[in-house]
Write a protein of this length. Structure first.
Length: 621
């Protein structure tokens, strides 16, 4: 192999663990590709003579294929940078570099799949990253879906075992040699983001990350007391070591955050995303089970008497982002009285908001209590304190079983709240400090709140057309995502989710994504809502259809496309949500995995609550 032919390099920094290094190098040598590649090993001043011997033996066994460099110890970042500079200078046709740590393992097709993903992407893609299959302690981290710059700023989901393109290296991306305690790979990919590049996910690449636990065994000559003493000393030493590491990590993260504020410019698409978030509708954050009882709201003590008894309900949500709560009235109360609800911050006992609703306006059903804007306060503990004033009979509020959330059971001074019960309620959240539009006649909140369809409901998805294929074409994945691979032009692959009744349902939506970057075919997807009992054929032919999207063409892999079925009038009964995928005319089945996810329902505010939102008399800002 000539150096001029090399298209990709596997870069292996080596320090300690010679037996693991040999295993990693064998995996690197065994890569199956249709292009020439080389392996560059950088010994970062490892004091172990066995490591030097292992590297020399491999270099002698694979001359012209494996290149061995030895340098003074400078840390992982310096070792990787040394290998990068060598590769860029030695291989003029180099397209990409894959980083392989000695204690990890790669499958035989990883390098081919990584390079193929970069080759099939546009110039804005600077690196390719894989799912993380952890061994030693088994777990699997699914990184699928389109690359999110916003998520990457706050979570490191691109492992060091990723592949960087030459174009990103030519733009000056290098590892920070000052970062020697971790997160240097996160900083490296954020450099790429700051230079205008983004990542691309590669499914089934074959990257395996070794997780090692425990420590070397200790040997004690003596009795049980001496063994206990030795174990205690070792435990204390380990606590001290972890404390030091944690402090160093905190310092590195602080430096990383500072570098973000100084060096990273938000890409235009991220700025657009943030702008869209600020215009987002309210979203359901928490919902109790259905009611199975009720509780009488305590009546206030006349002025001058003792403190009024209160019905107390702790909330499973902090103040930040809090936008409102729905309470369910079982009986509205009689006479000219008021239901008074205070939202109290537990840490300070300050009232965050207070609502006052006349009995005559209550009725039976949901009572929407709202703030004028989602709260920007950061307190963590919130509690409702409720009492009734005036009238001849106080209201009764619906109660739901508390289940495993025992700390959220409601209480009254008289102890007449049902045992093991919480108030039936829904919590709504939004972007903090989202201000309502100004002007007469404008709603206090954005219209039509949106609720996510729960994962346990999406998990009940069923295939509604029996099609056969050599590998699975339909199935529930995780996190509310469903695989529905298109197999033919006609009939379309089809699946269905039955949704329980939601009063005021006015639209259903989801996202469809081709989750394989190698797919070249533009696939077609569609969303249809019907009443229960209609088949996939009915849904496709318009029989019994409540609403439908058009056929949406997925023109780009790894990019989510929105599908929306908007109902002409609000629906309050159960609904079947059909989703379909098919090949275009003349299209071929080639890496055609379509994943549906982010299923959501939009509610018509007036139809869902049958009344206007109740705004507070006072709020804490």
């Amino acid at each position: 192999m000539m150096k001029a032919d090399v298209r990709a390099v596997i870069l292996v920094p080596a320090y300690g663990q010679p037996s693991l290094a040999a295993e990693a190098l064998r995996a690197a040598i065994g890569q199956e590709t249709d292009f020439a590649f080389a392996i560059v090993v950088v010994n970062d001043g490892c004091p172990s003579p066995e490591m030097h011997e292992v590297c020399l033996n491999f270099a002698a066994s694979y001359p012209g294929k494996l290149f061995y460099l030895k340098k003074a110890n400078g840390g992982l970042s310096a070792a990787r940078n040394t290998g990068l500079e060598f590769a860029l200078a030695a291989f003029p046709a180099l397209e990409a570099v894959y980083f392989l740590d000695c204690d990890n393992h790669i499958g035989p097709l990883l390098l081919q799949r990584m390079v193929d993903a970069l080759r099939s992407s546009d110039e804005s893609v600077g690196w390719a990253y894989a799912d993380v299959d952890k061994f030693g302690f088994a777990s699997f981290s699914d990184m699928s879906g389109s690359y999110s710059p916003l998520e990457h700023l706050f979570r490191s989901f691109c492992e060091a075992g990723s592949t960087v393109s030459r174009r990103m290296l030519n733009a000056g991306a290098r590892f920070d040699t000052a970062m020697r305690k971790g997160v240097e790979d996160w900083d490296f990919w954020l450099q790429g983001l700051g230079k205008g590049f983004r990542g691309v996910h590669v499914a089934d690449a074959g990257f395996r990350y070794r997780r090692r636990g425990g420590a070397e065994p200790i040997f004690v000559n003596g009795d049980a007391a001496m063994l206990r003493t030795a174990l205690i000393e070792r435990s204390l030493a380990e606590v001290s070591r972890l404390t030091r590491l944690n402090q160093m990590l905190i310092e590195d993260l602080a430096a990383l955050r500072e570098s973000w504020t100084q060096a990273i410019r938000l890409p235009p698409e991220l700025e657009e995303l943030l702008a869209n978030l600020r215009a987002a509708p309210p979203r359901l954050v928490f919902e109790t089970p259905a009611a199975d009882g009720d509780v009488l709201v305590p009546a206030a003590v006349p002025a001058g008497g003792a403190a009024s008894p209160l019905l107390r309900q702790r909330l499973p949500m902090g103040a930040r982002g809090f936008l409102g709560i729905d309470l369910r009235a079982a009986a509205p109360g009689n006479g000219d009285g008021f239901l008074e609800v205070a939202l109290v911050i537990l840490e300070t006992e300050a009232e965050m908001a207070r609502w006052r609703a006349p009995y005559r306006d209550l009725g039976s059903g949901w009572l929407p209590l709202r703030l004028p804007a989602a709260s920007a306060l950061t307190w963590r503990g919130l509690e409702l304190r409720i009492h009734a004033s005036g009238g001849t009979a106080a209201p009764r509020l619906a109660c739901a079983p508390v289940g495993l959330l025992g700390e959220y059971a409601c209480s009254t001074p008289a102890g007449d709240a049902p045992s093991g019960a919480m108030l039936e309620f829904k919590l709504w959240g939004g972007v903090p400090d989202l201000k309502p539009p100004a002007g007469p006649g404008l709603a206090a909140l954005p219209a039509n709140p949106v609720i996510a369809i729960p994962e346990q409901v999406v998990a009940t998805a069923r295939s509604t057309r029996e099609l056969s294929w050599a590998y699975p074409y339909f199935g529930y994945l995780d996190r509310g995502r469903v695989l529905l691979r298109p197999l033919k032009t006609s009939p379309a692959s089809a699946a269905c989710i039955t949704l329980p009744a939601k009063p005021g349902l006015t639209a259903l939506s989801c996202e469809a994504t081709i989750d394989d970057g190698l797919c070249k075919t533009r696939l077609l997807t569609r969303l249809v809502a019907t009443r229960p009992g209609h088949s996939a054929d009915d849904a496709e032919q318009g029989v019994g259809v409540l609403a439908s999207s058009e056929w949406v063409e997925l023109t780009e892999p790894l990019k989510p496309f929105s599908l929306t079925a908007r109902l002409p009038q609000p629906e309050s009964g159960p609904v079947d949500l059909h989703f379909l995928s098919r090949l275009p005319e003349g299209g071929k089945l080639d890496h055609g995995r379509v994943v549906f996810g982010r299923f959501e329902a939009e509610l018509d505010e007036q139809a869902a609550w049958k009344r206007a939102s109740i705004m507070p008399e006072a709020t804490l800002t």
